[in-house]
Design a protein around this ligand. Structure first.
Ligand code: ADP
Ligand code: 5GP
Length: 216
């Protein structure tokens, strides 16, 4: 079970509709802030070319994943695109107990579970500049078939609804700007200067995004 109650580091969750750019952004924030560690998730998905067990994911079969769920080994877990994904307590407890901050790059349902189970986690929602640009990015990435892209776009309304439970929101328009904004949030939380990043709190960012990007 968890040792999170005695933790010293912070948990930062970065979640977003698929294609917004969370993988791209997390790679950059981890390269720039050496105090951050990426949580390595479990998944039942098969490794892609170049992916290593224990580095990119802990690759397990469905039976093992189910055993871990039954043993309450996960802080959160969710099904996504036909595969199961989960963040184990083990993935976060060691870095946290050693005072290191952990980043969870996960999809939105899992982030909502973190909200309920780890109240002191900081949830950062990454927004696309608009839904049209989101669809363009999914297509431009070239990793998904058209039906997968349409299924991912169909989830977006519900994902945006979930953004209301997040602490902070950042629009990933210019990548460099978004990276700096997320790093500012992380730095401020670490140093107890959260008031200085109130402009990045979810409420004003979502209000401005909805008025500009709308839902179309
Ligand atoms: P996610 O992990 O949220 O599914 P990715 O990081 O895979 O998204 O990014 C989706 C696509 O959008 C990729 O092709 C990536 O290079 C591109 N991308 C990410 N951020 C930006 C940005 N700020 N501006 C333009 N393209 C971006
Ligand atoms: P991929 O299969 O492309 O690596 O990941 C698919 C989706 O699952 C991405 O949105 C990724 O962020 C998310 N994901 C990766 N690990 C986890 C996890 O541990 N929990 C949850 N809920 N989602 C995850």
């Amino acid at each position: 079970m968890t040792g999170a109650a005695i933790s010293k580091g912070h948990v930062f969750v970065v979640a977003a509709p698929s294609g917004t750019g969370k993988t791209t952004l997390c790679r950059q924030i981890l390269a720039k802030d050496k105090g951050l560690e990426l949580s390595v998730s479990h998944t039942t998905r098969k490794p892609r070319q170049g992916e290593e067990d224990g580095v990119h994911y802990h690759f397990v079969d469905t039976k093992r994943f189910r055993e871990l769920v039954d043993a309450d080994a996960f802080l959160e877990h969710a099904d996504y695109g036909g595969n199961a994904y989960g963040t184990s307590w083990n993935a976060i407890d060691q870095p946290l107990s050693e005072g290191r901050d952990v980043v969870l790059e996960i999809e939105v349902q899992g982030a909502e579970q973190v909200r309920n189970r780890q109240e002191d986690a900081y949830l950062i929602f990454l927004l696309p500049p608009s839904l049209t640009i989101l669809e363009d990015r999914l297509r431009g990435r070239g990793t998904d078939d058209e039906d997968v892209i349409q299924r991912r776009m169909a989830l977006v309304d519900r994902e945006l609804e979930a953004a209301k439970h997040f602490d902070f929101a950042v629009v990933n328009d210019d990548l460099g700007v978004a990276v700096e904004q997320v790093l500012q949030v992380i730095g401020a939380v670490r140093d107890g200067r959260e008031a200085e990043v109130s402009a990045h709190r979810r409420e004003p960012v979502l209000a401005s995004w909805e008025s500009k990007a709308g839902r179309g």
